[in-house]
Each structure stands twice: as structure tokens, then as C-alpha cells.
Unconditional design. Structure first.
Length: 405
């Protein structure tokens, strides 16, 4: 009699109070920059690169001791002097490689003909905003649209003032009209894949007026590893259209189901990054602790800042009647499976004393069985009639792959 021996340890960490939709980065943002400037002179009538920082919040921010750089690995190349930015205020830093010209001139210049990074860090060198760009235009800036909150699009330069977007047509050709429009990182009952699985999901929206092919574009949850998921070729997105990818978190799943990723989203908070084929950042979001079945996304749809939403996977974003409360809740748990490959019984031992359901799926996503549990266990489940092969075991929002022999 063929059986499966599975030992799963679920570790539940300390509870802590949190509230979803509090901006993870705060409100100090890289708002606009030019990396090949030929139109805006500095105080010495020189045409140099520049970066504009904005306080997009509603409280003053003392930026003394914050850092600006063109490298993630060396974040302290320029240090802001003691100064306070009031809400809605800007400061422009000239990235000209001439620090002797004054306190708002850096030791580095930006490589606009090649492309690189702009990195903003707090006094503890924690990155609070960043952007990776490719070769850029020399008469237009890249600026957040809407001002202070939206994705970066080409614009008429406006250092020290609200951004002035031109139109989406020039940006469309490089895919800059594509945005991370909505995501759900703790999905138990708010959207399913083609097999009825409640995997986490990410929605991308085409802000432009033209059809775009996203084949070869990239998604990731890590800024230092952009190639964790590649959109299949072709992935056609109509003007005002959507494409949804399920963050399934199962090794090799993208080879079977093309719109599923091998990474999942952490309900305790992380990143969603969207890149073009050249790993140029098109859009990204950093989010904090999440609650079940409450999504986050741009409102107004496609353009606005990230806020809490009623989940609208593949449709226009709507905040609806979402009311997110601060409360004590457990951080995301994890479980491990032993051994793989395995024989005999499913043996699940938990440190979770609550009630729940263990779900089992085939490798193609068809539902095999549910097993209810109460308390920590151990829980023994006879699966001797299972056909040898690969199965997916899902408990709450975590999924692992197992092999039955």
C-alpha cells in the first residue's frame, strides 16, 4: 500500500498591532529627474543632471542626514544638509560631479545615455525610494504622474514645481504607461485562477492609448533579482486593459501555467516590481502588513496613489466601503514538508491552535481533497489511494510542492 509521509511545521510568530494602507516608505519621494539635461540651467548657467525630491505627505520632514546616490551598493554618495521640507515642498539636487559648487551639488553625475539608478535613503541608509532607468530623453524629464504619487512618465521639466506631464504617447513606446495597478497578498476568497485556487495576485494596467506586447517583461518581489518571473510571448494588453498574474509561490509552476509566478507575496509586507525587457523599472510598490481579502491599488484607476480597495481583479479599481482597522493579528506563518519524496501517511504537526483547512491539489491545479484540522495536532491523513506524482499542499496562504512515490 502506497502512502505519503508528510511532516509540516507551521510557525506562528508574535502578534503585533498594525494597520494596512499606511505608506511603507513614508512620504519623501523621488519626484522628478533629468539625466541628460540640455534645457534647464543651474545657478551657474550650466546644464547638468538633477533630481527633485518632494515631501508628498502632510507633515514637515527634516531631511538633514538623508542620502542620495546612483548606486544601491553605495547609498551615501551625497548627504542632504540640515533642512526641513514642508508638505508639498521640493528640493532640487544637481548631480554634476562638482560638490565644490555648493551644498546641493553631488560628487556623481547620472548616466542618461546608458541608464542607471537613483536611490534615496534615510539616515540609517534604508532605501525609502528608488528608480532604475534606461537611456533617457535629453529635453524631457521623467516625473511622477500624478505629481508626488504616480508612476514615472516623460514630462516637460519643472524642477521645484508641480510636474507637467506631456502625453502618454512618447512614454508608451518604452512601456512606461504600464503600472502595477492592484495586488492582493492575503487571498482566501477574493479572486481565483483558472483552476479555482485562491492564490495571491498582481494586476498590471495599460495606461496608454496603444496596444502593448508585454512578452519578455518582468515581475519580481526583489529589487536585486528582477528576473523572477517573465511574461510569456506574446502578452497583448489593449489600451485600458489588464493582465493578471497569480503569485503562486511554487517552484516550476510558470513552466506549466504561464501566468503564475514561482514567488508568492508576503502578507507581512514586501515589494512588487515591474520591469521591461532591459530590466528598466516601469513601476513598483512597497507594501506593509496586509489583511485578508483587502487589496491595495491605484485610485484613481491606473494613475492615483496606492490605497486600500475592494478587490477588483481585472476591472476598474474601487475603494468601495473598505474599512481597515488597526488590530492585533499574527504575522504570516510558514510550514515545511518532510520528506520529499515521501511515503506512508500525511503527518502534520502545527503550532497553530486554531481551526483551519489543509487543501491538496494536483500539479495541474485540480482540487484533490480538503482536510479540516483543529488544534496543533499531530494530524494523520491516509492518502494511500493517491496516484504517484506531484501534488500541491496549501494551508492558509502558503503552498508547497510534494512528491508521492
Amino acid at each position: 500500500m502506497k502512502k505519503l509521509l508528510l511532516s509540516a511545521l507551521i510557525v506562528v510568530t508574535i502578534t503585533s498591532a498594525y494597520s494596512q494602507c499606511i505608506p511603507e516608505y513614508g512620504k519623501l519621494v523621488i519626484n522628478e529627474f533629468m539625466a541628460r539635461n540640455v534645457v534647464i540651467p543651474n545657478e551657474f548657467d550650466e546644464y547638468e543632471d538633477w533630481v527633485e525630491i518632494m515631501n508628498a505627505g502632510d507633515e514637515p520632514i527634516d531631511i538633514g542626514g538623508y542620502f542620495l546616490s546612483d548606486k544601491h551598493g553605495n547609498r551615501t554618495r551625497y548627504t542632504f544638509p540640515d533642512m526641513t521640507l514642508d508638505p508639498g515642498d521640493y528640493v532640487v539636487v544637481w548631480c554634476d560631479g562638482k560638490p565644490w559648487l555648493g551644498e546641493f551639488h553631488t560628487e556623481f553625475a547620472l548616466q542618461g545615455s546608458l541608464g542607471e539608478k537613483v536611490v534615496l535613503s534615510n539616515p540609517d541608509t534604508i532605501v525609502i525610494d528608488h528608480y532604475t532607468f534606461g537611456p533617457v530623453d535629453n529635453i524631457q524629464s521623467l516625473s511622477r504622474t500624478p505629481n508626488g504619487s504616480g508612476p514615472f512618465l516623460y514630462a516637460t521639466p519643472s524642477p521645484g514645481a508641480p510636474n507637467n506631464p506631456t502625453d502618454y504617447s512618447g512614454a508608451s513606446l518604452t512601456g512606461r504607461g504600464l503600472v502595477v495597478n492592484e495586488f492582493l497578498a492575503r487571498n482566501t476568497d477574493a479572486g481565483t485562477d483558472e483552476f479555482g485556487n485562491n492564490f495571491d495576485w498582481i494586476e498590471v494596467y495599460n495606461n496608454t492609448g496603444i496596444v502593448l506586447n508585454m512578452g519578455g517583461y518582468l515581475l519580481s518581489d526583489k529589487s536585486n533579482n528582477p528576473g523572477k518571473y517573465t511574461f510569456p510571448e506574446p502578452t497583448i494588453v489593449a489600451p485600458g486593459g489588464y493582465v493578471v498574474v497569480f503569485a503562486s509561490g511554487i517552484d516550476g509552476i510558470d513552466e506549466i501555467w504561464p501566468y503564475h509566478t514561482t514567488f508568492s507575496l508576503s502578507g507581512s509586507g514586501e515589494y512588487v516590481h515591474l520591469y521591461n525587457k532591459d530590466t528598466v523599472t516601469l513601476d513598483y510598490v512597497k507594501f506593509g502588513q496586509q489583511q485578508q481579502n483587502i487589496s491595495e491599488g491605484r485610485f484613481e484607476n491606473g494613475l492615483g496613489p496606492i490605497t486600500c480597495l475592494e478587490p477588483t481583479m481585472g476591472f476598474t479599481n474601487d475603494p468601495g466601503t473598505v474599512n481597515v482597522q488597526e488590530f492585533d493579528a499574527p504575522e504570516e506563518f510558514m510550514f515545511s514538508i518532510y520528506p520529499v519524496p515521501a511515503t506512508d501517511y500525511i503527518n502534520i504537526q502545527m503550532t497553530d491552535w486554531r481551526e483551519g483547512t489543509i487543501q491538496v491539489f494536483s500539479a495541474l491545479g485540480s482540487h484533490v481533497a480538503n482536510y479540516n484540522y483543529v488544534g496543533a495536532g499531530p494530524h494523520f491523513i491516509d492518502v494511500s489511494n493517491y496516484t504517484p506524482g506531484v501534488y500541491l499542499v496549501r494551508i492558509q496562504n502558503q503552498t508547497k510542492r510534494i512528491v508521492v512515490r
